[in-house]
Design a protein around this ligand. Structure first.
Ligand SMILES: *Cc1c(COP(=O)(O)O)cnc(C)c1O
Length: 435
């Protein structure tokens, strides 16, 4: 049996422990929802004050040049690129994940239409994050493609010459299951299929090597593991072999080769800058810098390899403690146990009360979240047995600021919520607008 002392010993040996002090977390809260909205870096409040009081209030229009606002999307992109295996001048932070996905799917659809007009399918996963599927529906309607939704185990066999684009989210938002990016991309390329990867639940959470995997396009979120702040701009990456080939569909002036020449005709900038559209959200981008800087602080402590090791130790510990201490309470595991197939979250299932249990935990200061089941019939062979489509209690473990004693305390609270049955109380069964 694992003890509280074992968990404390793990904290004492943790080389990443000092990073926790870079964040402001409410006292007494155990925050297991950094995969939905990352914690606030301590530096963010001061950065916000500088941007508002100096750069904006005093510098006004001159700050576009003097404070470097004009190339913030590229500067932040260059800072973050090594964490996802991208090169210099290949990434920009801009717009939202949904919008960036629209840009790259359109670029891929145009490329496919030109090079291989006989390919008429865009394949994805049925349990992909819905906004990805909604955006894909628009692009398919526009480009005459058929959107084919699959279970993860059906993907390999579906990579056929009728497929133009394979669009997958690297780590599934519901189950935490992770695709083998290099293997799927290689299998897709062998059939002439372009690969678009969504890194919302993997950027900053697991090692990602876009160039190594030879991916074609990628997008991802910065307000989750990257701690960029609510609504912080997302990122977009395009492999350099495609970067200059097509205009993106949202041909705004910030993607123009010379925005301040004010010419009436659109001429896209070379490279990744053409993926910008309009004026950028400078305050938000400036705060994102603080989130990315917390990763720079992790670099001398072992970087992504150390973060991944800690993440796996945290998630293994959580699974083990739930099994040891919450046995007999009807919990199932939707997340794969295999390290190579898992992101940085653990998802539990329960036939009844998943939402209310999460609310009761939040009232006790343990913040996870709930994701509704898809309503689809559970397919065989998922997690510990057909759990992928059930209601989910989701717990994200950000190795930058979550410790091993936190895991112990979270499971202890879960045990008490289940044993007392307090989750049945009416106040925990009111459904809020944001779950
Ligand atoms: C969080 C998330 C999004 C969010 O998209 P926005 O446009 O930022 O709202 C999209 N896709 C996936 C897979 C996500 O996890």
């Amino acid at each position: 049996m694992t003890t509280l002392q074992d968990c404390q010993a793990l904290d004492a040996q943790d080389p990443l422990r000092p990073l926790r002090d870079l964040f402001t977390l409410p006292p007494g809260m155990i925050y297991l929802d950094g995969n939905s909205l990352g914690a606030a870096p301590r530096a963010a409040a001061e950065r916000a004050a500088t941007v508002v009081q100096q750069e904006w209030s005093q510098g006004l229009i001159t700050s576009w040049n003097a404070a470097g606002w004009v190339d913030l999307p590229q500067r932040l992109g260059n800072q973050f690129a090594p964490w996802i295996g991208a090169g210099a001048d290949e990434v920009v932070f801009t717009d939202t994940t949904s919008i960036n996905l629209f840009k790259v799917l359109t670029a891929a659809a145009r490329l496919a239409r030109e090079d291989a007009p006989q390919r008429k399918k865009l394949i994805s996963e049925r349990s992909n994050f819905p906004t990805d599927l909604y955006i894909a529906q628009s692009v398919c309607a526009e480009y005459g493609l058929e959107l084919v939704l699959l279970e993860p185990e059906e993907i390999a066999a579906a990579l056929t010459p009728e497929v133009a684009i394979c669009m997958l989210t690297h780590v599934n938002y519901r189950t935490g299951a992770m695709h083998d990016m290099a293997a799927v991309t290689a299998a897709a390329h062998a059939q002439g299929i372009l690969c678009v990867w969504d890194l919302c639940h993997s950027a900053g959470a697991v090692p990602v090597d876009l160039k190594g995997a030879n991916a074609d396009y990628a997008v991802g979120c910065s307000y989750k593991y990257l701690n960029g702040g609510p609504g912080a701009p997302a990122f977009v990456w395009v492999h350099p072999r495609h970067a200059d080939r097509f205009w993106q569909p949202l041909s705004g002036w910030f993607g123009h080769s010379a925005p301040f020449a004010f010419t009436p005709g659109y001429e896209p900038a070379a490279g990744i800058r053409r993926y910008l559209c309009g004026t950028q959200p400078i305050v938000s981008l400036s705060l994102l810098q603080c989130g990315l800087d917390t990763y720079e602080a992790a670099r001398p402590l072992g970087g992504m390899a150390a973060l991944r090791t800690k993440s796996l130790t945290l998630t293994d510990l959580f699974i083990r403690l739930v099994e040891e201490r919450c046995a007999g309470h009807g919990l199932g595991l939707a997340t794969p146990r295999d390290h190579a197939a898992r992101g940085s979250q653990v998802c539990l299932t329960r036939d009844e009360g998943a939402y209310a249990i999460v609310q009761a935990l939040i009232a006790r200061g343990v913040v996870g979240d709930y994701r509704a089941g898809s309503g689809a019939a559970p397919a065989a062979g998922k997690g510990d047995g057909g759990t992928a489509h059930k209601d989910i209690l989701r717990f994200g473990f950000t190795p930058l600021y979550i410790g091993f004693e936190d895991v112990w305390n979270a499971v202890e609270q879960l045990r008490q919520v289940l044993e007392s049955g307090e989750w049945r109380r009416p106040e925990f069964n009111q459904i809020n607008a944001v779950t």
